[in-house]
Design a protein around this ligand. Structure first.
Ligand code: SAM
Length: 239
């Protein structure tokens, strides 16, 4: 009988934010599938799992290059799905772990699509996780949205024009992957008179988690990939 594949969101960083369901499944699976870029030495998702569960895992590392080349990416997604399915067909259960929530800006979506489309004999189940921006607003102890406020979530890495548009039309804006475009975003906030309405949070839930409301103070400095900016146009209640 075929084993099952799980896509498991392990939360943003703090092992205590792993859900009970994720914990239960991870306790029993045969193979832990760890997505990694070539540059990554250690997987953050793995560090969350090993922080929560004391057990040995058979590990399957799946390398996904950091590139926008669709052809290269598709080749790696195809290969990863095929490799996982091969194991499942040997009767093994597998968990593909992913930071935050698996349905929210995660490579898992491409694996899920392929398994559903090409390998209907293998069951795949998705287990949600706490997404990074939810953990970030708890970390700063400020609500993300209230009442009739509208929230936009923008992957900042893809350009500044959609950020301006979101800041014009929404009450609150979360900027994911903000590290590379940080300086441009700071300039835009200055131009729109929103500098004092923004906070920057990095590595939320890890030992070196950090936040600042001094957006200008970080201009020109290196930023961690694991960082978000949250803009609340009505202002913060107590920051
Ligand atoms: C590929 S996306 C993954 C999103 C993830 N699936 C989620 O549900 O949050 C990576 C981006 O998530 C954000 N992120 C993930 N973990 C984070 C953390 N612990 N602290 C701050 N931002 C984080 C950063 O913006 C990072 O660039």
């Amino acid at each position: 009988m075929n084993g099952k594949i799980y896509g498991i969101g392990v939360g943003p960083g703090d092992p205590e934010l792993l859900t009970l369901k994720a914990y239960r499944i991870l306790k029993d699976i045969n193979v832990l599938c760890i997505p990694k870029s070539k540059a990554e030495k250690e997987s953050l998702a793995l560090s969350i799992v090993t922080g929560a569960l004391k057990r040995e895992f058979e590990v399957m590392e799946l390398i996904f290059p950091m590139t926008h080349d669709k052809e290269v990416l598709e080749r790696h997604w195809d290969a990863a799905a095929e490799k996982m399915v091969k194991k499942a067909r040997e009767g093994k259960s597998l968990a593909f772990i992913t930071i935050g929530d698996p349905m929210f800006y995660s490579t898992y979506a491409y694996i899920l699509e392929r398994v559903k489309r090409n390998y209907s004999d293998v069951e795949i189940e998705t287990v949600p996780g706490i997404t990074a921006f939810a953990a970030c607003s708890s970390f700063i102890n400020e609500p993300l949205t209230e009442g009739d406020e509208k929230l936009a979530v923008i992957p900042a890495a893809y350009g500044i024009s959609s950020i301006r548009e979101a800041l014009e039309h929404y009450d609150n804006v979360v900027l994911m992957k903000v590290n590379r475009k940080y300086d441009q975003v700071a300039e835009l906030l200055k131009e729109m008179n929103l500098l004092d309405k923004a906070v920057y949070i990095s590595r939320c839930g890890y030992d070196d988690q950090y936040y600042t409301a001094d957006i200008e103070g970080l201009i020109g400095r290196e930023k961690d990939y694991m960082s978000v900016m949250i803009v609340r146009k009505a202002g913060w209640k107590s920051l």
